[in-house]
Design a binder for this molecule. Structure first.
Ligand code: IMP
Length: 431
């Protein structure tokens, strides 16, 4: 029986929340291993919508152990609000159902202030971050000055680290970013309060995972954002600050690679992106508007409207290779109903040359023109289809063509936000 990682194959927002929720009953433990509350995983259960930013999507199922791994950066205020909201809905009934890594880094007010101020100063050149302090929190982690939960739990360590950080950040905030200084006492007292509320959840989650896996428990690793936002393999510098790929699951959860047997990539049947950065298949005209309207393409975290475009097979094939994806869940196929022709991008053209692999150069990516292969569309609504063979023939052909180009199997097709609006072709946990 496999442990499975679920990873975004595009620029995030692929519908990972729904797929994680679908497979959660197959797993005993659900682990977030990177990112923070820049993520927004939307779950629709019995018509009721829940958006989770930090707590793993398994929280809506009773008795699943949810783990926030060491690779996550945690805004305690957001986490506490999320825990309270889940409890009020009858979830997370015991605190043992949620565990937070003692090594996870804590997002501090100066991280948010720096994130927002930098974006303001960048003006047109902004990254379009979610403004949640994610990048600055990871910077501090790598600069070895970050505050982890284990540090927050030790009053003297916390005071010392916080004092040094505030001294340094205040110089940067005032002199460079032209922002106001932050006050030690206010932040300290607020975080002591957070510590009191969260301390019972904090533990050595890598060790816990190892013990549970040895006892035969099955694990689902829940990725956030997507491969094209990965700090190494995405459209740098228009990326997030974490390792969003399968490799990141090992370091961010504290497990060895042999503990992940199946890697399911999640991709929309078209493409979306929020924030700035290159997007070769972006549609700025009425087709893009139709995708946005029909797909309700507005960010789950910031509410920003998502940029929309045709399926980019170059990007998804790159994600398949980079993650060792053993299958793809193709989401939102229903949104494509009504288009007469549906293009698939199979290459880019840049400076007269045909490019068939995802380029590292930001300049090439910005200027690349998509080369399309056109598929026939269909007019039938798909939201009630439950079997692949009941899909219109041209929808079947579209899915099979994508499968061929990206070089891995499509194991699931999603035709709506509800759990039941799913065509399951293969169960990765049974592999
Ligand atoms: P940050 O992660 O807030 O630093 O933002 C960096 C980039 O990643 C921006 O383009 C964001 O819009 C994008 N981003 C971050 N989290 C998500 C997500 O969960 N879905 C989609 N895009 C995201």
């Amino acid at each position: 029986m496999a442990n499975v990682a679920i990873i975004g194959a595009q620029w995030g927002d692929e519908g990972k929340g729904k797929v994680v929720d679908l497979f959660t009953h197959e797993a005993d433990i659900i682990v977030r291993f990177q990112g923070g509350n820049n993520a927004g995983h939307t779950l629709v259960v019995d018509g009721k919508k829940t958006v989770l930013h930090l707590v793993p999507s398994g929280a809506l199922h009773p008795d699943k152990l949810c783990i926030i791994g060491n690779g996550v950066v945690v805004d305690p205020e957001v986490l506490i609000a999320e825990i309270e909201a889940l409890k009020a809905q009858g979830h997370l009934v015991h605190s043992e159902l949620l565990r937070i890594s003692e090594q996870a880094h804590v997002i501090m007010p100066y991280h948010k202030a720096i994130d927002l101020a930098r974006e303001r100063l960048r003006g047109k050149g902004k990254i379009g971050t979610t403004g949640r302090g994610i990048g600055p929190a990871y910077e501090d982690k790598v600069a070895r000055v970050g505050i982890r939960f284990v540090d927050l739990l030790e009053e003297d360590t916390f005071r010392d680290k916080l004092r040094k950080n505030i001294e340094e950040k205040n110089i940067y905030l005032k002199a460079i970013l032209k922002e106001k200084a932050l006050h030690f006492d206010k932040i300290h007292d607020k975080y002591v309060d957070y510590r009191d509320k969260l301390k019972d959840y904090v533990t050595n989650t890598g060790l816990l995972l190892d013990q549970e896996m040895r006892a035969g428990k099955r694990v689902l690793f829940e990725g956030a954002q997507g491969t094209l936002l990965d700090v190494d393999h995405g459209t740098y510098p228009y990326v997030t600050s974490s390792s969003t790929i399968t490799g990141g699951a090992c370091s961010g959860a504290g497990v060895g690679p042999q503990n992940i047997q199946q890697v399911i990539g999640i991709s929309k049947a078209y493409t979306t992106r929020v924030g700035s950065g290159p997007f070769p298949t972006e549609l700025n005209g009425p087709d893009g508007e139709t995708l946005r309207r029909e797909g309700a393409e507005f960010g789950a975290t910031t509410g920003r409207s998502r940029r929309c475009g045709w399926f980019d097979a170059i990007g998804v094939r790159h994600a398949v290779r980079m993650n060792g994806m053993t299958g793809i869940a193709l989401t939102k196929l229903d949104v494509l109903t009504g288009f007469k022709k549906i293009p698939i991008c199979t290459a880019y053209r840049y400076d007269g040359n045909l490019i068939t692999e995802f380029p590292a150069s930001s300049k090439v990516m910005q200027k690349a023109d998509p080369v399309y292969e056109e598929m026939d569309g269909w007019s039938e609504p798909l939201d009630n289809v439950r079997n692949f063979s009941d899909l219109p023939k041209s929808a079947q052909k579209y899915v099979r063509r994508i499968e061929k180009i990206i070089g891995t199997e499509i194991i699931l097709v999603s035709v709506g936000p509800g759990r039941e609006q799913t065509i399951l072709l293969k169960n990765p946990f049974e592999e």
